[in-house]
Design a binder for this molecule. Structure first.
Ligand code: NAI
Length: 346
């Protein structure tokens, strides 16, 4: 077989660098495109064997059909989440592989970085001291020690976040649709998470079931002053309900690395533009909201692991029968799928 041709969408400087480093022997022929893969851009993939995509590329049934017609065999996600691909529709047409873990530490550590920044007002203090304002008024925080954190999703990232929280002397309770028995984690119902937690951190995938799990009703059940952290997927939170919860002084702070409508905004520089998204503008204007633009994964270690695993997924798919990181189209939960993936799913 000739060199495998890859159309690489939504390419940024940092991932081009890591993918070039991991392809120094030029085993793969990679064409980098700044644009995202969508119904408007799929034609760029013409002549390729595989497309390589990230979290905000939009691979719906229409795009899958077009890629299939063009003879594309593989959608290689260079991320863990796959909610942006219609995997059920892809079954039988195009295989989908992902990078299930690149650095769960990167994401869990970022969640804690956001939490500490928020509750100790580091974001405020940083700006003040830059301006030689050394006043402490309004910077009072609270101890994490002894507080209760509710962790939703106890997979790779959630468990590392739990360990970090325990290091701070926090009481950890958790909810997972598929609890890890014998893990020493105290599992409770979702209602108990809402009612008992001082801090809630989301580490589950976005599915039909988990969409908007934080909404008006769940916020009503929460403690006054609760801090909500979302480093998972934006649509786990109903943003309007969150904004209202903050305005009602019910939610004490929100730490958001992801946002429901992020695909139109995140990863781009809009510093010289008027942003049209009023909800995002409202969130950003609030002193107790910290927004980072889906950056939790962004460490050197993670970028290097993403490039290595993506190439290995592609190599394995085209040269072997197995596909260890193939997204399972049938299991409700890829994390607990017990298929050996010693052969391709179809
Ligand atoms: P994982 O697959 O190891 O763990 C996910 C856990 O969520 C599993 O234990 C699963 O049983 C549980 N779960 C599934 N459905 C659930 C539901 N409806 N309610 C509660 N729990 C449920 O995934 P991992 O690696 O820990 O990643 C978690 C999420 O983090 C990913 O789905 C992805 O959306 C997000 N992520 C964000 C990144 C960022 O840069 N902000 C980077 C990487 C992942």
């Amino acid at each position: 077989m000739d060199r495998i041709k890859i159309a690489f969408f939504d390419a940024k400087d940092y991932d081009m660098q890591s993918f070039k480093d991991a392809n120094q022997n030029e085993e793969f022929e990679v064409q980098y495109f700044e644009t995202k893969l969508s119904a408007h851009t799929y034609k760029l993939a013409e002549g390729s064997d595989a497309v390589c995509v990230f979290v905000n590329d939009d691979i719906d049934s229409y795009v899958i059909d077009r890629l299939y017609e063009m003879g594309i065999k593989l959608i290689a996600l260079r991320c863990a989440g796959y909610n942006n691909v219609d995997v059920e529709y892809a079954f039988g047409k195009i295989h989908v592989v992902r990078v299930p873990a690149y650095s769960p530490y990167a994401v869990a550590e970022h969640a804690m970085a956001l939490l500490l920044t928020s509750i100790r007002r580091i974001h405020k203090a940083y700006i003040r001291t830059k301006d030689f304002n050394f006043s402490l008024n309004g910077l009072t925080g609270f101890d994490l020690h002894g507080k209760t954190v509710g962790v939703i999703g106890t997979g790779k990232i959630g468990r590392i976040f739990i360990d970090i929280c325990r290091g701070f002397g926090m009481n950890v309770i958790a909810y997972d649709k598929f609890p890890a028995r014998d893990s020493g984690i105290e599992y409770v119902s979702l209602d108990e998470i809402w009612e008992r937690s001082d801090v809630i951190s989301l580490h589950c995938p976005l599915t039909d079931e988990s969409k908007h799990m934080i909404n008006t009703e769940s916020i009503e059940k929460m403690k006054k002053g609760v801090v909500i952290i979302n480093t998972s997927r934006g649509a786990l939170i109903n943003t309007e309900a969150l904004v209202q919860g903050i305005k009602d002084r019910k939610v004490g702070a929100a730490c958001l690395d992801v946002y429901e409508e992020e695909s139109d905004v995140f990863f781009h520089d809009y510093s010289n533009h008027i942003v049209n998204d009023d909800l995002l503008a409202r969130l950003i204007s609030m002193p107790n909201v910290i927004v980072t633009s889906h950056q939790a994964f962004l460490t050197n270690e993670a970028l290097s692991n993403i490039a290595d695993t993506t190439y290995s997924n592609i190599r394995e798919f085209f040269h072997k029968d197995s596909s260890v990181n193939e997204v399972c189209y049938k299991c409700p939960n890829v994390a607990t799928c017990d298929q050996k993936h010693d052969k391709k799913c179809f």
